[in-house]
Design a protein around this ligand. Sequence first.
Ligand code: C5P
Ligand code: MG
Length: 214
Amino acid sequence: MPPTFDNRKIMVIYVLGGPGAGKGTQCGRLVEDFGFCHLSAGDLLRAEQNREGSNYGDLIRTCIREGNIVPMEVTVKLLQNAMEATLKEGRPGDGWANGKGRFLVDGFPRKMDQALKFDEEVCLASMVVFFQTTEEVMLKRLLKRGETSGREDDNVESIKKRFHTYKDQTMPVIHYYAKQGKVAEIDSTASVEVVHKEASTLVKKLFAAQGTPA
Ligand code: C5P
Ligand code: MG
């Protein structure tokens, strides 16, 4: 079976980086620039966790608090459903005309099994944008965010576990796509503005390479 979405019409960019590297913030800016639909795997999981009648609420809550990866079937299905719903609804702009669409898939794939399943069954990604900074910077940002986020995993104990999972499970995903020449790395230590400029330039290059008007 071919993937659900044809990657000649549907552009998927994976956005990776450690917790607190700036993925969500930068995705928000790229949405403004290029009219992407921004799908954060973590946000989708938190919404599912809180959805009345969900069978996965407890499972997701425990995984998130412990910094573990939720079983991939759950996350891949949530992403696929969200993509289908967005395409059905439609969006303004050339990027969404004639069955086309463009998605930033944020915080995914965090583990090899997610990567293989999504590429094979949902859609092949065009590129991986990899935001890279130090644990020190990430820790500082996450603790700051924790003052207001209400997230159960923005505390030192969970953050340590999330760093471990990131090195153990997510770095191999980044290496896997790097071997395919799909990874563009950005140092996200700098200010939101500076990082955004770099990210925006990268995406423009990708559009140009694909012959797509931005
Ligand atoms: O990306 P974010 O920090 O919002 O993710 C929060 C948590 O959601 C992760 O620590 C992990 O428990 C879960 N998650 C996952 N698989 C993903 C993305 C997030 O299991 N692809
Ligand atoms: Mg996020």
